[in-house]
Write a protein that binds this ligand. Structure first.
Ligand SMILES: CC(C)(COP(=O)(O)OP(=O)(O)OC[C@H]1O[C@@H](n2cnc3c(N)ncnc32)[C@H](O)[C@@H]1OP(=O)(O)O)[C@@H](O)C(=O)NCCC(=O)NCCS
Length: 426
């Protein structure tokens, strides 16, 4: 039975179709609202607006559920890798062995950057933020095809190329910030190990990452791979809706992710830990400050807009953090501050009553710090992880015949029509 919602405005009454998703989510289809009534909707921040129908990721924030293409994140974390999960997101099903092998080969083939790209890197100042370099260089990739075309009909190859080159660009942006020589990708290494090699090897000494570190980074990338219509993914879709190419769309996504309210939160966690430690504050004092509304201080890495019960990614990463930190035997005062904050907040009535649990950024920042990854690279690593999600959404939209260019409306609140005043009369 088709369900409808009834809207009454003045003496007009219209029936609006109600659309139901596969998990029972309901949405009122208002696509005919303006044509039929002259009204538009106003929803700042789009908190009540479904911009599309999507089959990529399902989130239930109240239940703490996250599924990629129907597969629970807990199962993927236990059995899969970042590369396999990327293929799943982009193609809608788990790959068979031949498909995964072909994808891996493509990732290896596309890892090196054109030698001419080195000139671009050299043009950036040494202290350039790696996110600025990443966004600029992804856009530069749009120009690197021999015939100037991006062959968007071969989305499999294009996706592998983007995912692989983003990893090389990220590592090179880090090397550039330290003035270190670029390290070429090693075709014998898998995706994550190769990234760590390009980040940390020296021409005279190869960095061999331990299995714990490789596994933990694999997990971090996988847990960040998609999160449905968040700010950066929506940006990728909006840019892609104008039929902009995949690279231009994802470069815009990097810009959106950069902000501290989005991907930059993991950096904010580390900055907070540093401030607490350097200010000589105890964890209990920091907690008291976070509870004091007048202080303007929040416990970064706690709370979530969507997950009001727990963040399933944070539960997985907490276990990984305990494991990795234990195995690496890292002694770091900031990690001690983090552990103490977590311990106290989890039993503090203020945090318990408001359901403020540590989120994914809290643990990912701690693990990356323990691995020796500098804070400036945290959001870049988030971007590497999110790339398959952006690609999957760009592809889904590009194949959706119902997709239209994104063009929201507004309620105009500026001046009414006025007459131009010549300069000498102003
Ligand atoms: C993530 C976040 C923006 C969610 O915001 P939200 O859903 O709008 O939650 P609210 O702001 O409504 O918070 C509800 C209550 O908890 C408090 N609160 C939320 N997060 C808090 C935090 N990190 N520290 C202290 N108090 C917090 C709010 O002050 C509010 O208190 P009140 O009910 O007494 O007014 C918010 O929790 C936050 O700023 N967290 C820290 C930043 C962070 O880690 N961001 C990464 C998210 S992945």
């Amino acid at each position: 039975m088709t369900r409808t919602a009834t809207l009454t405005y003045g003496d007009q009454t219209i029936e609006l179709p109600v659309i139901e998703g596969t998990e029972g989510e309901l949405g009122v289809d208002i696509s005919q609202l303006r044509a039929k009534t002259g009204l538009i909707t106003l929803d700042p921040g789009f908190g009540n607006t479904g911009a599309c129908q999507s089959g990529v990721t399902f989130i239930d924030g109240d239940q703490g559920i996250l599924r990629y293409r129907g597969l629970p994140i807990e199962q993927l974390a236990e059995h899969s890798t970042f590369v396999e999960t990327a293929w799943l997101l982009i193609n809608g099903k788990l790959p068979n062995k031949a498909e995964l092998d072909q994808f891996s080969k493509r990732l290896t083939k596309h890892a090196p950057l054109h030698e001419g790209f080195k000139n671009h890197f050299e043009g950036f100042p040494l202290n350039a933020p790696p996110m600025a370099i990443l966004s600029a260089m992804i856009n530069t990739l749009s120009s690197s095809s021999c015939d100037g075309k991006l062959h968007e009909d071969d989305i499999d190859d294009l996706s592998a190329k983007l995912m692989s080159k983003v990893r090389t660009i990220a590592a090179y942006s880090y090397r550039r910030s330290l003035g270190l020589p670029f390290i070429y990708p090693d075709p014998k290494l898998r995706y994550v190990a190769n990234f760590l090699h390009m980040m940390f090897s020296m021409p005279y000494e190869q960095h061999i990452a331990s299995q714990e570190v490789v596994d933990a980074l694999n997990l971090i990338l996988m847990l960040h791979a998609d999160h449905e219509q968040n700010c950066s993914t929506s940006t990728v879709r909006v840019v892609g809706s104008s039929k902009a190419n995949l690279y231009a769309s994802c470069a815009a996504g990097v810009g959106a992710l950069w902000g501290p309210l989005h991907g930059g939160a993991n950096v904010a966690v580390l900055e907070m830990l540093e401030a607490i430690h350097e200010g000589g504050m105890s964890a209990a004092e920091a907690l008291a400050l976070a509870k004091d509304k007048q202080s303007g201080f929040k416990l970064m890495g706690f709370g979530h807009r969507v997950y009001k019960n727990f963040d399933p990614r944070a539960l997985i990463l907490k276990r990984a953090a305990d494991r990795v930190l234990g195995r690496l035997g890292v002694q770091d005062p900031l990690l001690d501050v983090a552990r103490k904050l977590e311990e106290l907040a989890l039993i503090d009535p203020y945090f318990v009553e408001r359901k403020l649990y540590p989120n994914v950024d809290f643990y990912s920042g701690i693990i990356m710090r323990a691995m020796g990854i500098p804070t400036s690279m945290f959001t870049v690593i988030f971007a590497i992880g999110r790339m398959p999600g952006w690609i999957a959404h760009w592809k889904e939209q590009n194949h959706d015949r119902a997709s239209r260019i994104a063009r929201p409306r507004q309620i105009y609140i500026g001046p009414k029509e006025q007459v131009y005043t010549p300069m000498d009369q102003r």
